[in-house]
Design a protein around this ligand. Sequence first.
Ligand code: TRP
Length: 447
Amino acid sequence: MNMARESWASKLGFMLAAMGSAVGLGNIWRFSYVAGENGGGAFLILYLISVLVIGIPLLLVEVSIGRKAQSDVVGSYEKLAPGKPWYLAGFFGIGASLLILGFYSVVAGWSFYYFWNYLNGFFFNEPQEGYGPAFESFTTTLTQPLIWHGLFMVVTILIVLSGVKKGIELANKIFMPLLAILLIILAGFSLSLDGAAEGMRFLFQPDWSVLSDPTVYISALGQAFFSLSLGVGAMMTYGSYLSSSHKLPGATFGIGIMDTLFAIISGVVIFPAVFAFSIEPDSGPVLVFITLPSIFNQMPFGGYVGILFFLSLSLAAISSSVSLLEVPVSYLMRAASWTRRKAAMVSGLIIFILGIGASLGMGVLAGVTPIGENNIMDSMDYIASNIFLPLGGMTMALFVGWHFTKRTALEAADLSGTGLGSVWYGLVRYIAPILIVIIFLQALGLF
Ligand code: TRP
């Protein structure tokens, strides 16, 4: 049985959903902790270069493959390269999306918990022990974080289950602008704090000595992929719900720039506060959950800002998690002929189970460090973001750059007969794959 494939109501619907996917915890939570761990300014420059030279061109690659094939991540490769092994990259993408959503959902659960605590006024004033220890005692308990993680997955499943159009489009229309406005207000306030100058120097004044650390390059690349939702087929799947009457280059450029602005502004919010409240910039994934409440605590009406902020952040997380869950769901609906309902529930359950490890790794399983000194969550993040995403993106670039003819590639991306087309094609066919390989070799210490 072949029902008509779903599609976006309009190009705006696609733009909003894709921006909703891109803008999420990655821009605020992940960007600030990764920038903090990698020394700030020099990292920011590498990140911006990664976005412009690799990220945005590959975003166009990914969306254009999906739109041309009108299928999920495995099906797109199968359709455009029948009988060839490219489709294996699709399964790789499905695995990566499950892994990412596994820990993403745990962190989003923390955001829910913060929203709840602001809503009830519990966080309006600093708890006696301080925000840092209060956060730690929450995340190290066994069941509490799991309940919030489960709740977040239930919400994600419910939205995906009911089809993407209504819920996601509407939520994005209201809460993305709200999040942007709140971030700008917060940035203004942060800049008035005592540590502002030091924070701005940390973020914008490159300390080039960090470039001798081989992991900073792969971290910048991984962050660019993560933030732009690249490499697992999420954007491919979203592109597949788009018809060919809409032009892609402007849309993908807009999505990329918007996403990057959100990251930079949240850096302007976080780093002044990091220095004002004497928090270590390399505190890791817990960073924003300690700095933000400290900011709200000092602001007039800060408690109410906290409510709105964590509500917006939670919704931004949902619009991203939905795009991750849609990857296995659209595959299962086609390949296994499952209903949307069954596909969403089964994939969601698997993700919930994967997330249990990430959550317990903050507490009882803190001693389990699969990669170097990283706990379970950081290890899942590291493998997925710094290895799977760039590899997935590189495969897409090679597919369009070498499997397609130049003409097909340009047509698929709506760039036929433009000068920009040749630049993009050169980036996709040569520059991006070569850079990704170099960064990999370098992270392995081979370069
Ligand atoms: N980009 C989202 C964020 O910044 C997370 C995300 C959604 C994602 N879909 C993705 C990351 C696909 C990698 C791949 O929060």
